[in-house]
Design a protein around this ligand. Structure first.
Ligand code: AMP
Ligand code: GLY
Length: 425
């Protein structure tokens, strides 16, 4: 098969790495890809948001299967467009991707169907938001969310009234996140451990992936601002069998079944961001795609052919338990450019990668890198993902950090406590 992966992050490199092991594969393309995917196939310079160009490419190159990494093309309706041309594409249609594309839709959907989530109110103007904030119904801190994709930045945790007014201003008046500022979700702040619950579904049957969690905060001890993810591990130490069943039944099955009933059949990956609160698991967010960096440790544990899973989901023949995982503990540490998630410089020379290119038991997935004149250079905030999978989490993290010590670029920053569960006070 000719397979196209859309996206350019560590998630896409990990998916491409797994796809490259499939006997189904004839030729692999990535759009736009990164130096990691280039080593596995051919990168094509098309932006993930350019749906017409991706479609044209897929028709021309006779792509048999397209796998979409990021959310943007899904919310733009890439699946609908590919399906019109009878092209196989893995990812939900536009009306199902609304679960991620609109926070208002997702919250109202959960409310309608009694899927556990934080209490909330919705406002469609700053004038309507103010009395909700003034009523202090949810206490403080309170969480304000722009209603749409905002590159992971549209969620603002406000510790008092003034911060909440300021957030309304940023989102709705200054329109920092553009149209996502038309409506706002004002939501109760939830506390607990956060886990990423990821499944693949054909719209009816559901295949849960191994549990995982990422470390979102920039600084050690889970302090500082949220990022896209500074590292991840699998399994998650916070999900036992009972909790797993509860989440599947109360949250995942209801979501997929109710979407079907609402005429929004959900086919693809569903990533449910959960807060494990004292009252039980509650949904923080839905994502219509794989996690980044959660995918990286998950792919290291997947024994089955991922292309078989994609095809089964697309053809409506997924069978629960039809997927094999190894029982190892895997992990991923993200190496970032100093200054991320705010301003950072690019173009720094990366050293130390050669030793991991062949026959290493450490997997290095590229994210924000580029390859120029025989040299890898930094080209983004999250630069590289250093991953491994061993019998215990301690061995895994030991191996990863040993590898991290051999890699270097100017202003490189990473968390030294990925896989450490105890929070510092
Ligand atoms: P979202 O895009 O809605 O998942 O929000 C991004 C991140 O903000 C989540 O992964 C949480 O870490 C945090 N967050 C979102 N909603 C809440 C909430 N109601 N309470 C506490 N933290 C939240
Ligand atoms: N690691 C968080 C996400 O993929 O949304």
């Amino acid at each position: 098969m000719n397979i196209l992966v859309i996206g350019s992050g560590g998630r896409e490199h990990a998916l491409a790495w797994k796809i490259a092991q499939s006997p189904h594969l004839k030729k692999l393309y990535a759009a736009p890809g990164n130096p990691g995917t280039q080593n596995l196939g051919e990168n094509v310079d098309i932006d993930p948001s350019d749906v017409p160009a991706l479609l044209e490419f897929a028709v021309k190159k006779k792509i048999d299967l397209t796998v979409v990494g990021p959310e943007l093309p899904l919310t733009l309706g890439i699946t609908d467009e590919f399906e019109k041309q009878e092209l196989k594409i893995f990812g939900p249609r536009k009306n199902a991707a609304e679960l991620e594309g609109s926070k208002v839709f997702a919250k109202e959907f959960m409310f309608r169907h009694k899927i556990p989530t934080g209490k909330f109110k919705i406002a469609d103007s700053p004038e309507k938001a103010k009395p909700i904030i003034d009523a202090e119904e949810f206490g403080f801190p309170v969480v304000l969310k722009a209603d749409g994709l905002a590159a992971g930045k549209g969620v603002i945790v406000c510790k008092d009234k003034q911060e909440a007014y300021d957030a309304v201003n940023t989102i709705m008046v200054e329109k920092k996140f553009k149209d996502a500022g038309k409506r706002i979700v004002i939501e109760e702040f939830l506390t607990g451990e956060e886990v990423s619950f990821i499944v693949v579904t054909d719209g009816v049957q559901i295949l849960p992936f191994v549990t995982t969690m990422d470390h979102k905060a920039l600084l050690e001890g889970d302090k500082g601002p949220n990022t896209g993810g500074m590292g991840a591990i699998s399994p998650s130490p916070f999900i036992n069998k009972d909790l797993f069943s509860e989440v599947m039944k109360e949250i995942v099955f209801s979501t997929i079944a109710r979407m079907l009933e609402e005429g929004r059949k959900y086919k693809g990956v569903l990533y449910v961001g959960l807060m494990l609160t004292e009252e039980g698991p509650k949904v923080l967010e839905y994502n219509c795609r794989f996690g980044d960096p959660e995918t990286q440790p998950q792919m290291l544990r997947l024994e089955s052919d991922i292309v078989d899973i994609f095809l089964a989901a697309l053809e409506g023949r997924l069978v629960e338990d039809s997927i094999q995982w190894n029982r190892k503990a895997s992990g991923c540490v993200v190496l970032t450019s100093g200054g991320y998630p705010e301003k950072y410089e690019k173009g720094k020379k990366i050293s130390g990668l050669e030793e991991f290119e062949q026959g290493s038991d450490v997997a290095i997935f590229h994210a924000g890198t580029k390859f120029e004149k025989d040299t890898y250079l930094t080209n983004g905030g999250r630069v590289l993902n250093v991953c491994a999978s061993e019998n215990t989490l301690a061995e895994t993290m030991g191996k990863i950090y040993k590898a991290v010590n051999k890699i270097n670029f100017e202003d490189m920053y990473y968390r030294k406590d990925i896989g450490v569960m105890k929070k510092e006070e």
